[in-house]
Design a protein around this ligand. Structure first.
Ligand SMILES: Cc1cc2nc3c(=O)[nH]c(=O)nc-3n(C[C@H](O)[C@H](O)[C@H](O)COP(=O)(O)OP(=O)(O)OC[C@H]3O[C@@H](n4cnc5c(N)ncnc54)[C@H](O)[C@@H]3O)c2cc1C
Length: 479
């Protein structure tokens, strides 16, 4: 195991910003190791849990008209297979490296403009620092607790073809990797880009990191399940220190399974080092669609308990179903839903497998972050959190996030929920970077929308209703 340098203590001012989010009972316990089973909670059961919105306006009424119309345009494309299929093919073609001038989105001005005013602006924060800062502020002005910002570079591994596609890292560079290189220019470029991203954040914002963005040397180490080179570890420490001083937090994204063993390994070490002040500065991402996630989570809960640090538990369903080894992923969507809900609800009850169970092991300090567009999952989690807070039962701090440009009805719907336990902490997650760097991210969003047929349809209908409502109000007013 590579030992990371010890961190400096945060200033009281920095800690103060997070103090109110600390969960009760952040205990330090001796916990052994072993696989964990999670109680099954189906989505149909969850939908019965009700939260009463305290606002009468439709959630989408908070969207500025320009954004609403662009959202409707994008939702029209993504909800109609005959429009989405060709759009996906075009995006896929454009995202291949070594494109000629005509298909190069950074050089062909017409192509650049079309993409910029449609898909790019819908899902991304900006191509420059100034554009991104304006988006972050805009999201805060709309009532979100903050923004999660990420730098677009990453490498995606396709399990079926055994090829990897880099963003801002060409395939040739990936192949010509020199693992023994002392000073890697890719790590340096990623470090610089990530530090620039932190400059765009404010207090309460989050930095999201895709570690494979640091290039082929790092990706190779992760693929072998190893720790990355010291240069990368130093960069991670610098990034965490900078976020800590700024009052921002760090989410380490989960990526292709091919790299996940290494990513989990280094993230656990970073959490062990930096999550020692009663809150999670750093969160690891757990993909509920993986059959192995209960075992991984048990291992990490045990580590948090044994070593007395807070586990940052960011829970997602998983975004790499199209490229990852399918046998590692739950067989059905329902199984994934049940895994997601049982982990979320288990964390909120402070009971996951034997951790927190009667005669089991004590539950360690955990900060939960639910990244999901699934209305049933997030409403049920919020409701349970409210209920437990009201009844003074043990629970953990929880935040919610949806992607920028997606499921605004879920995000604004959550924002409208208020209860004795306070308002939910809702964030929007956006990506910044050059158009070329963001293409694979945009492609993934389009694929995700294609695969979530009923959600996409619901979103399209909600947007249409809101446009209709505004038109009606306009006509009524003017007649
Ligand atoms: C803020 C934020 C951060 C994110 N960060 C990450 C990250 O770091 N890493 C990552 O991988 N993803 C990440 N995601 C994406 C996430 O994993 C999902 O792809 C996406 O949010 C859709 O899932 P959902 O929970 O919104 O709900 P739904 O739309 O209800 O669920 C769709 C998901 O269910 C799963 N699924 C669909 N069909 C099947 C099937 N037949 N069998 C098994 N499972 C199935 C897939 O995971 C699919 O994406 C993030 C999402 C958000 C909102």
């Amino acid at each position: 195991m590579v030992v990371l340098h010890s961190s400096k203590a945060a200033s009281p001012a920095t800690l103060g910003a997070f103090a109110y989010r600390r969960g009760p009972g952040a205990s330090r316990n001796t916990i052994g190791k072993g696989p964990l089973t999670v109680r099954s909670v189906s989505t149909s059961v969850l939908t019965e849990v009700k939260s009463a919105p305290n606002a009468t306006l439709a959630p989408l009424s908070a969207l500025p008209t320009g954004v609403l119309l662009r959202s409707l345009l994008v939702a029209t494309i993504t909800s109609k297979p005959y429009l989405l299929r060709p759009s996906l093919s075009i995006l896929s073609l454009l995202s291949k490296s070594n494109r000629g001038w005509l298909l190069n989105v950074d050089r062909n001005i017409i192509l650049h403009s079309i993409l910029k005013w449609t898909f790019y602006k819908q899902f991304c924060a900006g191509e420059t620092g100034a554009e991104s800062r304006a988006t972050v502020q805009h999201l805060k002005d709309m009532g979100f607790q903050g923004t999660i910002l990420t730098y677009a570079k990453e490498i995606v591994f396709d399990h079926s073809t055994h090829t990897q596609q880099g963003l801002g890292v060409t395939t040739e560079q990936v192949d010509q990797d020199n693992a023994t290189e002392k000073h890697c220019p890719h790590i340096e470029a990623w470090r610089t880009g990530t530090l620039k991203t932190i400059d765009l954040l404010g207090e309460e914002d989050y930095l999201a990191m895709k570690l494979t963005g640091a290039g082929p040397t790092v990706a190779k180490a992760f693929a072998a399940g190893q720790m990355p080179p010291q240069q990368m570890i130093d960069a991670l420490e610098e990034i965490c220190e900078k976020c800590k001083v700024k009052g921002a937090r760090v989410l380490v994204d989960a990526e292709s399974q091919h790299f996940q063993r290494g990513i989990q390994r280094v993230t656990l070490e970073v959490m062990r080092q930096f999550n020692r002040d009663g809150y999670a500065l750093v969160y690891n991402t757990y993909q509920a669609y993986l059959k192995s996630i209960p075992t991984t989570l048990a291992h990490h809960l045990a580590a948090a308990s044994d070593d007395g640090f807070t586990l940052g538990l960011k829970l997602v369903r998983g975004a790499y179903i199209a490229s990852d080894d399918r046998s590692l992923i739950h067989d059905t969507k329902q199984d994934t839903d049940e895994a997601y809900n049982s982990i979320a609800q288990g964390a909120l009850r402070k009971e996951i497998g034997e951790f927190g169970a009667k005669n089991g092991r004590p539950f360690p300090s955990v900060n939960l972050f639910l990244a999901s567009h699934n209305k049933a999952s997030v409403l049920a989690a919020h409701s349970l959190h409210q209920q437990r807070t009201m009844e003074k039962l043990p629970t953990v701090p929880v935040g919610f996030a949806q992607l920028h440009g997606m499921s605004d009805d879920v995000s604004f719907g959550l924002l409208q929920l208020k209860g004795p336990g306070g308002s939910p902490q809702v964030y929007k997650c956006s990506t910044w970077g050059g158009m070329g760097e963001c293409l694979a991210y945009l492609l993934r969003r389009a694929i995700e929308n294609r695969d979530a047929v009923s959600r996409t349809q619901d979103e399209f209908q909600a947007l249409k209703r809101e446009v209709g409502r505004r038109l009606k109000a306009f006509v009524t007013f003017s007649t």
